[in-house]
Design a protein around this ligand. Structure first.
Ligand code: CCH
Length: 285
């Protein structure tokens, strides 16, 4: 355990690995969704980080400002209280970790425990106060098209290939009518990270779902999977589609690119004092 110097606790790699292990232990729960909190924990890490604006250098995971209204009440964050509340128990057990480090570390743990790649992670985020909350509208709107996707992700500093690589996270989890209004999972294995999202985008026939909810697509053959308008934009747009095809063909390539870009997403706007990155042991290692 870390040394106490002048009253301040200096956590070591082992301390962070202990937090990882405790997160890993609570992800599986048969009473929740498809048996795992993993997907909603990944989404918490993404929405905490994806508010970054490279021009004003505001937003990003530093600060963990989603703890406060108005950010907690932004429409895009509906349902993420589930993930924040889940992690409260971990915060109580390891009070030295900042919420912003905890949320991003938990997202890394969730990806790794759901069969995804190792995501190198750096500590050093500090929690902020309500004054650092970002304005609404910084996260993507699923009803929109490729132009919107580019505007949102270019603002964070990402390019087309990185947008497509990040979107592969939709292999995980599902939409909830009481959160976003949309309904259903993207893949048949929503608690395993694979390149199935890309394969299904290309191989299935997709049609508008006939229902009273927001406009979304369903797969014609089983009607049990879904795609958002923004997901379909990745195969409508030629530049995006090129990368969907690359990742559909090569899961190792997807894992390499995803690990790189997801790790950087979690670091946007954070003024780290140290370079050192940790690669955590997964429970299956
Ligand atoms: Fe996403 N996502 N996401 N998403 N997302 C939703 C759920 C998940 C968009 C919209 C939605 C990323 C990109 C986008 C996850 C990870 C990522 C939902 C359903 C909507 C709507 C929410 C609900 O009802 O619970 C849009 C638009 C974009 C545009 O690019 C990126 C990037 C990531 C991570 C790298 C995960 C995981 C979920 C599942 C959450 C759950 O609770 O199962």
């Amino acid at each position: 355990s870390g040394l106490k110097t002048g009253g301040a606790f200096t956590p070591t790699r082992d301390d962070f690995q202990r937090v990882y292990n405790d997160v890993a232990e609570i992800l599986e729960n048969n009473d929740y969704d498809n048996g795992s909190y993993g997907p909603v924990v990944v989404r918490l890490g993404w929405h905490a980080s994806g508010t970054y604006d490279k021009e004003t250098k505001t937003g990003g995971s530093n600060g963990a400002t989603m703890r406060f209204a108005p950010e907690s009440e932004h429409g895009a964050n509906a349902g993420l209280k589930t993930a924040r509340d889940l992690l409260e128990g971990i915060k109580k057990k390891h009070p030295w970790i900042s919420y912003s480090d905890l949320w991003t570390l938990a997202a890394v743990a969730a990806i790794q425990e759901m069969g995804g790649p190792k995501i190198p992670w750096r500590p050093g985020r500090k929690d902020g106060d309500v004054s650092a909350c970002t304005p609404d509208g910084r996260l993507p709107d699923a009803s929109k098209d490729q132009k919107h996707l580019r505007a949102i992700f270019y603002r964070m500093g990402f390019n087309d290939q990185e947008i497509v690589a990040l979107s592969g996270a939709h292999a995980l989890g599902r939409c909830h009518t009481d959160r976003s209004g949309f309904d259903g999972p993207w893949t048949f294995s929503p608690t395993m990270l694979t390149n199935d999202y890309y394969k299904l985008l290309l191989e299935e026939k997709w049609a508008w779902k006939k229902w009273n909810g927001p406009k979304q697509f369903e797969d014609v053959s089983t009607k049990s999977l879904m795609m958002l308008p923004t997901d379909m934009a990745l195969i409508k747009d030629k530049e995006f589609k090129k990368h969907v095809e690359r990742y559909a063909k090569d899961n190792d390539l997807f894992f390499r690119d995803f690990a790189d870009v997801f790790g950087r997403l979690l670091e946007l706007g954070v003024p780290f004092e140290k370079e050192e990155k940790f690669i955590f042991k997964s429970t299956t290692d």
